[in-house]
Design a protein around this ligand. Structure first.
Ligand code: NOJ
Ligand code: NOJ
Ligand code: CA
Ligand code: CA
Length: 707
């Protein structure tokens, strides 16, 4: 009789030999640059609060009232720096954990002043000069060495970036902190109380009562930028290009809910035309919060978001016990529809703005289980520094304590390390969809699948063992060992030819992960990045089975010029086609077509931010004003794709309506305003279309009367 187990064993041994021969060499050599800056699906990000990670150079530590040498005052600088990160890269702490990207604090110069409440800018969110470094983190040459150390160890570097505000300020009290002062490589541009260039908004602080209020009023006491001002627009865009030229591989954008989507889309266009890198924004959502504007932003702005729905839900299920797996699976299903590219959203179990996942005095098992789920879920997983050491601490600043140790033997560290390498080797984790295979309030068994690659995760958060019967899976017949080597009490399973798994016991508080990997021989697209661009921009397509150098790539039916092509990655140019949404398809040399990767947005031209203002637009209660026009960015005259609802409370007031839009540069635009009621009934302006030619760069405001 054919012995399947024996056969598998032999095949594995052979495979191992082949792997050893082919892969030992490339792994041993150093990479000049991490492979791919637009696809993070297979990566694990490690979030570092630079000041709190490791002090590698005590000579750059602050002196005086802003420094706490023993870090007993968590509001002050504690000495961590880029040299410290370099040290932890070169000593193997990050690479052994399997980390392939680090997200570091905003690297730019921050205020030096002590905030009236005793706070400092150790966190990097209070910029004063985006073209200089924070000297307490290091110099430009230290930053160059950080990039170099990271890249030569296969690690991408993501920087935090705050284009919403400078620093704490009070209009009436110039002596409050540094009064929001902003410098351009040493030259003062303005302060909040003395703002001749009009680079700041002056509408007071937000009460968070509306989206509009949160955009144009100050977030807490932070001096808000007037992004409609050409000077600050250019300054911020030049600044991020400076850091892109320094070699960063990704950007985390702070407080994206507090800036117009239009300006941010123009920022993304600037980045994608300079050097495309994976970019994700922070749109905070509290526990149980779902916000359609958050989904719209993730789908249309050109950047991804931190996935707070995911983060808050996993905390409810595994930390707080306020939800069960059914609620978790509902979130997995709904977000897969709400986000067009759910695999590009950035997942986490904790961060610097919420209590740490591990709870003082409780078992670490809940953290271990959460990490196993995080690292096998859809989305780009992020580990907050110290979670692997089971650090505890309530919300800011207790959640930002210094690293207690760099112990590589913790169970959490082992889990991250094993699953980070599984994310690299099995593309089901990066690109696959998620299917629920077995569920009750305590047990969740889910399958990720991409082509012939399958990963199944089984978790039992309950305190008693469960007997699992009638589990079926896409894993081919065979015996599967737990990828976690039973460190979370996982078991092996036997899958039969009909796909059913022999009954087994899933241990209490246990996690088991089983996987199968086989390269597809026909094309299958897993990821496209970026997902918008103008003709001739380079787009990177990743997946499997693309075949040799022969074959085509199409945007709908238009062929795209191929720049490079391998079995798993193709770089193409966006074809010269009318602006709009396109599905991307790869065909191999035998003309076998892949899945369609949907809704790539071809833009009319490079985007710039323009404020549209219409006076005297009187509406009935519940009706709103929108703008629609003759370019794709303005909905191609389709009222269902009109941009808005426009605003009418802060910068201008009803019956004047305004909105900051992202529109193509150097383009003559025809447009009209429309009124829409809650049922979707549309009232058009009368008369001829408004006409306006956009500038080649910078910003502008176009003001008309409702006609
Ligand atoms: C969100 C950041 O994550 C938080 O830590 C910061 O204080 C605010 N934005 C303001 O920059
Ligand atoms: C009255 C208008 O009729 C309504 O449409 C608008 O939303 C409110 N004013 C608030 O500005
Ligand atoms: Ca230091
Ligand atoms: Ca703002």
């Amino acid at each position: 009789m054919f012995n399947f187990k024996h056969f598998l064993g032999k095949t594995f041994a052979l495979l191992l030999l082949v792997l050893l021969i082919f892969y030992v060499k490339p792994l041993g050599t150093t990479h000049a640059n991490p492979a791919n800056d637009v696809d993070y699906s297979k990566d694990v990000i490690y979030q570092i609060v630079t000041d709190r990670f490791y002090d590698g150079n005590s000579n750059n530590n602050p002196t005086g009232s802003i420094y706490s040498s023993d870090c007993s005052n968590l509001h002050k600088y504690c000495g961590g720096d880029w040299q410290g990160i370099i040290d932890k890269i070169t000593d193997g702490y990050l690479t052994d954990m399997g980390v392939t990207a680090i997200w570091i604090s905003q690297p730019v110069e921050n205020v030096y002043a002590l905030h009236p409440s005793g706070y400092t800018s150790y966190h990097g969110y209070w910029a004063r000069d985006y073209k200089r470094t924070n000297p307490f983190y290091g110099s430009y040459s230290d930053f160059d060495r950080l990039i170099e150390a990271a890249h030569s160890n296969g690690i991408k570097v993501i920087m935090d970036f705050t284009p919403n505000h400078s620093s704490p300020a009070l209009e009436t009290d110039p002596s409050y902190a540094e009064n929001g002062a902003l410098y351009n490589d040493g030259n003062l541009l303005g302060t909040y109380s003395n703002d001749p260039l009009n680079i700041f908004d002056h509408f007071g602080g937000t009460d968070f009562s509306s989206y509009e209020d949160g955009i144009y009023r100050n977030l807490y006491d932070l001096a808000d930028y007037n992004l409609n001002n050409g000077g600050i627009d250019t300054y911020l865009k030049d600044s991020i290009k400076l850091w892109l030229d320094k070699g960063i591989d990704g950007i985390r954008i702070d407080a994206v809910k507090h800036m117009s989507q239009g300006w941010q889309k123009s920022l993304m266009s600037e980045i994608y035309n300079h050097r495309p890198v994976f970019t994700f924004g922070e749109w905070f959502l509290g526990t149980g919060k779902i916000d359609p504007q958050n989904h719209h932003f993730a789908n249309e702005s050109g950047m991804s978001l931190l996935d707070f729905q995911y983060g808050q839900t996993i905390r409810e299920v595994l930390r707080d016990g306020t939800m069960d797996w059914n609620g978790f699976h509902d979130m997995i299903q709904s977000t897969s529809n709400e986000y067009k590219e759910v695999i590009d959203q950035v997942t986490f179990i904790d961060n610097h703005d919420m209590a740490r996942f591990s709870v003082e005095g409780s078992t670490n098992r809940q953290t271990d289980m959460a990490l196993a789920v995080l690292l096998t879920s859809r989305g780009v997983p992020t580990i907050y520094y110290g979670t692997e050491q089971y650090m505890t601490g309530n919300i800011d600043p207790e959640n930002r304590k210094p690293m207690p140790s760099f112990d590589r033997s913790t169970t959490a560290y082992q889990i991250i390390s094993k699953l980070a390498s599984l994310r690299q080797s099995n593309p089901a984790l990066g690109y696959g969809d998620t299917e629920q295979r077995w569920i009750n309030s305590d047990v969740y068994i889910y399958e990720r699948e991409f082509g012939d690659n399958v990963v199944v995760t089984a978790i039992n958060r309950g305190h008693s063992n469960y007997s699992i019967t009638n589990l079926s899976t896409s894993l081919p017949a065979g015996i599967y060992e737990d990828e976690l080597d039973s460190i979370l009490s996982g078991n092996n399973i036997t899958v039969n030819t009909d796909g059913f798994v022999d009954s087994f016991t899933l241990n209490a508080r246990g996690v088991a992960i089983w996987q199968y990997s086989k390269k597809s021989t026909t094309p299958i697209i897993g990821h496209v990045g970026p997902m918008d661009g103008i003709a001739e921009n380079t787009i990177t397509i990743n997946g499997e089975g693309f075949g040799g150098i022969k074959g085509t790539v199409q945007f709908n039916s238009a062929n795209a010029a191929v720049q490079s092509r391998s079995d798993t990655e193709i770089k193409v140019e966006v074809p010269s086609v009318p602006a709009g949404k396109y599905d991307i398809t790869v065909k191999n040399g035998d003309n076998v077509a892949s899945n369609n990767y949907e809704e790539f947005e071809v833009l009319t031209d490079k985007q710039i931010p323009i404020r549209f203002v219409v006076h005297n637009a009187y509406t009935d209660y519940g009706s709103n004003v929108y703008v629609v026009g003759n370019v794709s960015e303005l909905g191609n005259w389709d009222p269902n794709k009109a941009i808005g609802p426009m605003f009418n409370q802060v910068v201008y007031q009803y019956p004047t309506w305004y909105f900051d839009l992202s529109v193509p540069a150097s383009t003559t635009i025809e447009f009209k305003f429309i009124k829409k009621d809650s049922l979707g009934n549309v009232e058009w302006e009368s008369g001829t279309n408004h006409m306006y030619t956009t500038p080649t760069q910078g910003t502008d405001t176009v003001i008309v009367n409702w006609q």
